[in-house]
Design a protein around this ligand. Structure first.
Ligand code: NDP
Length: 282
């Protein structure tokens, strides 16, 4: 019998990762024979850990905080999405032994927003909070949706400005600080890591349009501070990033196995396993 194909997620910290469960459910659903584990890999050990993983026959890796930029540097080849994002969350060993780096975060977010939740992005006024690696991964796919407006607000203004400059060829986007936000948005995406510490970016009370949607890329068993902010400010839908997590995993699974899992039953199951269901105002 041939050895089972090996996959893993590397990150630091990694102990609460849902990725092994998600990929296990995908494998079961699609009849694929594979093993997927989580490994705590700090940045300074990243290169040696990845080299060992692939030298031992590993087929594919996910890389999460704080390793996405290192993974981008490591890859032998980069897919278009990773080239633009300058961040890699998926490494795949190709038949010639070279390592492909891709970024599935953007498509994961889009699939959750537009397919799972039917949130319209075309002609919408969209605000992205934060200018880190996650924002880099989602800006290009958001611009492809032809929003009426795309604004990136960040605590460190220069980082938002750098992203606005880099992606300027793909569409119109503006960078600003939180204090400069003076219009209303139909969709507000929180791509800061503030929620992880129970914090919120400093947001004025009047920036969410009537019936607008809030989406926190972070996820937790309880509603995050930003999901609660959205509900308090009248969002028609205020969601966290569990759906995005499953969708970006499905895209990675497809890259590795050539098979697209059905994400809905997996999202439903993970939602049922949370202590509190996702909150809605509708
Ligand atoms: P980074 O560390 O690259 O960037 C963090 C960003 O958050 C920076 O812009 C930083 O601002 C900002 N920030 C941190 N704390 C605060 C605060 N208290 N107030 C205001 N801004 C703050 O992280 P990533 O971009 O990689 O990840 C961002 C979030 O997205 C995380 O919560 C992560 O879990 C989530 N994520 C979820 C995914 C999913 O599948 N659901 C996929 C990818 C990411 P500054 O630049 O000023 O320091």
């Amino acid at each position: 019998m041939t050895a089972i194909d090996q996959y893993a997620v590397f990150g630091h910290p990694i102990n609460h990762s849902k990725s092994p469960r998600i990929h296990g459910l995908f494998a079961e659903q699609t009849g694929q024979r594979l093993q997927y584990r989580a490994a705590d890999v700090p940045a300074e050990l990243f290169r040696s850990a990845v080299e060992t993983f692939f030298a031992d026959g590993g087929k594919g890796l996910n890389c999460t905080v704080p390793l996405k930029e290192l993974a981008w540097q490591f890859a032998d080849r980069l897919g278009d999405r990773a080239l633009l994002a300058k961040a890699v969350n998926t490494l795949a060993r190709q038949t010639d032994g070279r390592i492909l780096g891709d970024n599935t975060d953007g498509v994961g977010l889009l699939n959750d927003l537009t397919i799972n939740h039917r949130i319209p992005l075309r002609a919408s006024r969209i605000l992205v909070l934060g200018a880190g690696g996650a924002t880099r991964g989602i800006v290009a796919p958001l611009l492809e949706q032809a929003p009426a407006q795309l604004v990136i607000a960040n605590r460190t203004l220069e980082k938002a400005e750098a992203i606005a400059d880099e992606f300027a060829d793909l569409g119109e986007l503006h960078a600003c600080g939180y204090a400069d936000l003076n219009s209303r948005f139909d969709v507000i995406l929180n791509a800061t890591s503030a929620s992880l510490g129970g914090d919120l970016p400093p947001l004025a009370d009047d920036i969410l349009a009537d019936g607008g949607c809030c989406y926190d890329l972070a996820y937790a068993n309880q509603p995050t501070a930003f999901v609660n902010w959205g509900l308090r400010h009248g969002a028609s839908l205020s969601l966290d990033g569990l759906g995005m997590l499953v969708e970006q995993a499905a895209e990675a699974f497809y890259l590795w196995r050539g098979v697209r899992p059905d994400t809905c039953p997996v999202i439903d199951l993970l939602n049922r396993e949370r202590t509190v269901p996702p909150l809605r105002n509708d």
